[in-house]
Design a protein around this ligand. Sequence first.
Ligand code: GDP
Ligand code: MG
Length: 185
Amino acid sequence: MSEVREYLYKILVVGDLGTGKTSIIRRYVHNIFSSNYKSTIGVDFALKVIQWSPEIIVRLQLWDIAGQERFGNMTRVYYKEALGAFVVYDVTRPQTFEGVTKWKHDIDSKVTLPEAWGGGNIPVVLLANKSDLIHEGHGQQVNAEDMDRFCAEQGFLNWFETSAKEDTNIDEAARHLMTAVLKIE
Ligand code: GDP
Ligand code: MG
């Protein structure tokens, strides 16, 4: 009989205010969406338990920066021991894409992988959220080639067009990040 291994991963979800971070977490963890969610001030946590394979259980602890986005950066304490992150922007608001570089830099400068795992930057996935609104004619179509190039330049693992509202690509993005995190050890 093979032993079941359990992993606990701290995953950060950062990005500018109103980009849909809380909505993505709520969709992913509780499978709900609401258009008037009241954000709490401070840091929220949500836990998602995944039976990754017959031998592996992953507990994803998702950290949501409730209301502190306006400062544009977080403290080292907040980032401590994170093994992966999502940076979220809102496809209908180009200025939130400008925030992406800043958030990526903030992560890279404040957290690294454990020494035992060779240090280095934690894997980060970029989420172009509210894709449902593009399909309704708001905002600009996301150019896949430009995004691939941007991700390569900025050191993102990959990017996904997501919709918390319509539950598009969120599981896929999470699986992609988890695959990378599981490979670190
Ligand atoms: P946060 O500040 O980054 O946590 O953003 P919220 O999750 O609070 O979302 C901000 C607003 O955008 C809320 O009114 C959400 O209902 C809305 N929202 C979030 N994700 C989506 C999405 O995928 N599609 C649409 N249409 N609205 C979204
Ligand atoms: Mg929020």
